[in-house]
Write a protein that binds this ligand. Structure first.
Ligand code: PLP
Length: 404
């Protein structure tokens, strides 16, 4: 019997980055020496005090359903975090906790999108935005980012994308620090985008999940720009900031009417985020806000290590002939342009684009990277520097040799 699958199921593919991870793990299982620059998470452990809070939650029996929106304690910590770190005052009914930032983003889109509504997404972009918008019934319209602009959306670029959407543009998804380019916006740059947002009457989802991984400049929340709070859902989480990707805790802040709908939808879909993880995430946010010395020292060590890795990776990549890059100001990825190597015959095959090149580097150099096509920009490859310096250096030397 052939099962009839939905239109939706046929339209939404498996996460491309996870598929590459699977292929890399398979090669490793076969005994191949692979350096993984495809990773989307820190290679550090969750901080000790946060792990202890998770254990305590289990021991103390915090193992039952919590309110769908999140525990009172975590929601309180989220509100204080938004206020102190982002200058955003949210009321108790304006915040939500979900199973990872992914869940908060998706429930936000479900609450905002009507069929055929267009959402503008600056491209290259994290691929889940396209899939989530499609599942929510909308359509993604790309605003092309340019390396010459540091891969940042400009007011003109946004106006152009709104025109391309032919009257159907209702929303914008902003992501800074940006995956895959590491771009971070100055307040003034966000203010220029905000003017267009206001003029066009768009809502905005601002994905700030990499907020604490910044090496140059500082993070400004889009909702903190004058006039933007009432039309913005701010999404964040502990996954990247506290090396807690597996705990699955994300959170959001936005207008009460929107958050209320998101909580209602969430109450029927995922329900509350894991009770144990919520307790641990509350400890992470609270201890940070209290200035806990051990936690802040642990996080500073991670930050310093990431900064050194970024500098090493940029230096070694820039030394590879035919590769150009924009130094990432945040997150832990470099989106480097390898397109001058397209058209070459490498390993007996003609390399036509980023997928071919990534496959070649995996087999010939034993280095796993993510092809830019997955992010909607075939000129580049995404290399993660969330890897030990020695491994990073080995990987980049191998890439250089494989392309020589
Ligand atoms: N947003 C962006 C831009 C990401 O890169 C990721 C993870 O890779 C997420 C959201 C997902 O975060 P979480 O693991 O908290 O769901």
């Amino acid at each position: 019997m052939t099962l009839k699958l939905s239109h939706l199921a046929r339209r939404v593919g498996h996460s491309g980055t996870l598929a590459i991870e699977d292929r890399m793990l398979q090669l490793r299982a076969e005994g191949k020496d692979i350096v993984n620059l495809g990773v989307g998470q820190l290679d550090f452990d969750t901080p000790e005090a946060v792990r202890a809070a998770g254990v305590a939650a289990i021991e103390q029996g915090m193992t039952r359903y919590t309110p769908a929106a999140g525990t009172e304690a975590l929601l309180r910590a989220v509100r204080v975090k938004f206020e102190r770190e982002n200058g955003l005052e949210y009321g108790a009914d304006e915040v939500i906790v979900g199973s990872g930032a992914k869940s908060v983003l998706f429930h936000g889109l479900l609450a905002l999108l009507d069929p055929e509504d267009a959402v503008i997404v600056p491209v290259p972009a994290w691929p889940s935005y396209r899939s989530m918008i499609a599942v929510a019934g909308g359509q993604m319209v790309a605003a092309r980012l340019d390396a010459r602009n540091g891969y940042k959306l400009t007011a003109d670029g946004l106006v152009e994308a709104v025109r391309a959407a032919r009257g159907r543009a209702h929303g914008l998804v902003l992501n800074a620090p940006h995956n895959p380019t590491g771009a971070v916006y100055a307040r003034e740059e966000l203010a220029q985008i905000a003017e267009v947002v206001q003029g066009e009457g768009l809502w905005v989802i601002s994905d700030e999940i990499y907020e604490h991984l910044i090496y140059e400049g500082s993070a400004t929340s889009f909702a903190a720009i004058a006039g933007m709070r009432a039309r913005t859902l701010t999404v964040n989480g502990v996954s990247k900031s506290f090396a807690m990707t597996g705990w699955r805790i994300g959170y959001g802040g936005g207008p009460a009417a929107l958050v209320r709908c998101m909580v209602a939808i969430q109450s029927h879909t995922s329900g509350n985020a894991c009770s144990i993880s919520q307790h641990a995430a509350e400890a992470a946010l609270r201890l940070t806000l209290e200035g806990d010395e051990a936690l802040s020292a642990e996080r500073q060590r991670v930050h310093d290590a990431m900064l050194r890795r970024r500098d090493l990776a940029c230096r070694e990549l820039a030394a590879i002939p035919g590769v150009t890059l924009v130094r990432p100001a945040g997150a832990f990825y470099i989106f480097a342009d390898f397109s001058s190597h397209y058209g070459r015959e490498l390993g007996g095959e003609r390399v036509l684009g980023s997928s071919d090149l990534a496959a070649y580097l995996l087999s010939a150099a034993g280095v796993s990277v993510v092809p830019g096509i997955i992010f909607g920009d075939d000129r580049g490859l995404r290399l993660s520097f969330a890897t030990a310096r020695e491994e990073l250096s080995v990987a980049l030397q191998r890439i250089k040799k494989a392309l020589a």
